[in-house]
Ligand binder design. Structure first.
Ligand SMILES: [Ca+2]
Ligand SMILES: [Ca+2]
Ligand SMILES: [Ca+2]
Length: 287
């Protein structure tokens, strides 16, 4: 087939308009979809997981033990007061409240709702990261354990990083934060976490998803898990080894075995191959 040589010609006026209109349209679409602070707000449709305490029971809290209603963490009848979820790039939190946390202006009420995260097994048992919906200044922010701000986004209701909705007599508040704002915590980091409310934008606890009103007490009542995988996470101690983990203990010996049995027909075996990094008895139970 003979290829026809294109005939150079000046574009007509309407054709010129289309050439400019298409890039302009694309620029407008891009401007409308550019995420705040370069980080994407994501869909709330996630695989929500029930929060459990250190006793492996669902976290829950009495209704009516604190006022105002929008800072009262409640039992949703399951009974359960809180959930979390994870996408590949963001973590999500949900807590049940007795009252609407949104004011008549469509902004967060003048209180704060937050998640406290302790990286387990890092040598400290206090706050490593805070994710806080701040209704006095209208921000969603993350902070490290020293209180240094890691990330913040203004007007979190209108930008979609925080939302609230009613289901029967229960209000749910949800917030999301990208993993890249969590000071190095990933989907696979073993963590303990709980949620609480505050009448100030500080780490003081008004009502929480666990009974304790102190940070250390609340962490002690929180289950250890990973944000990405769900399920539980436990530590297995060899009586010859102690926390923090060391190279002591018989399980560190190549060829040694540990068995966990539920019955004579159901057991789980671990064998130290003697290769690579010595094992110190950490077990993860995927959901
Ligand atoms: Ca309560
Ligand atoms: Ca820690
Ligand atoms: Ca309470």
């Amino acid at each position: 087939m003979k290829h026809r040589k294109p005939t150079p010609s000046k574009p007509s006026l309407p054709a010129l308009n289309i050439r400019f209109k298409v890039p302009l349209f694309l620029i407008l679409v891009l401007l409308l979809t550019v995420p705040v602070n370069g980080l994407s707000q994501e869909s709330w449709s996630q695989n929500w997981i029930e929060m459990v305490g250190s006793d492996w029971n669902y976290m829950t809290d009495p209704t009516g033990d604190h006022n105002p209603a929008s800072v009262d963490v409640i039992n949703n009848g399951v009974p359960l007061c809180c959930y979390y979820a994870s996408s590949s790039s963001s973590v999500f939190y949900r807590m049940a409240l007795r009252g609407d946390p949104i004011n008549t202006q469509g902004e967060l009420d003048q209180y704060a709702w937050m998640a406290q995260i302790d990286v387990a097994d890092d040598g400290n048992s206090n706050i490593d990261v805070t994710v806080r919906a701040e209704g006095i200044t209208e921000y969603l922010s993350t902070y490290n354990g020293s209180g240094t701000q890691l990330w913040t986004v203004a007007d979190p209701i209108s930008t979609g990083y925080v939302r609230a909705y009613q289901s029967g007599s229960i209000w749910y508040l949800e917030m999301q934060a990208p993993y890249s704002t969590l000071g190095g915590i990933t989907r696979d980091t073993p963590v303990r976490f709980f949620f609480h409310t505050s009448t100030t934008e500080t780490n003081s606890i008004k009502d929480a998803t666990v009974p304790s009103a102190t940070i250390s007490g609340a962490f002690a009542e929180s289950g250890t898990t990973t944000l990405g995988g769900g399920g539980g996470y436990g530590f297995m101690f060899d009586s010859e080894d102690t926390n923090p983990y060391s190279s002591a203990g018989s399980y560190n010996t190549p060829g040694s075995e540990i068995s966990i049995s539920e019955s004579s027909s159901r057991s789980l075996w671990f064998r130290n191959s003697g290769f690579g990094t010595p094992l110190h008895g950490k077990l993860c139970f995927p959901r």
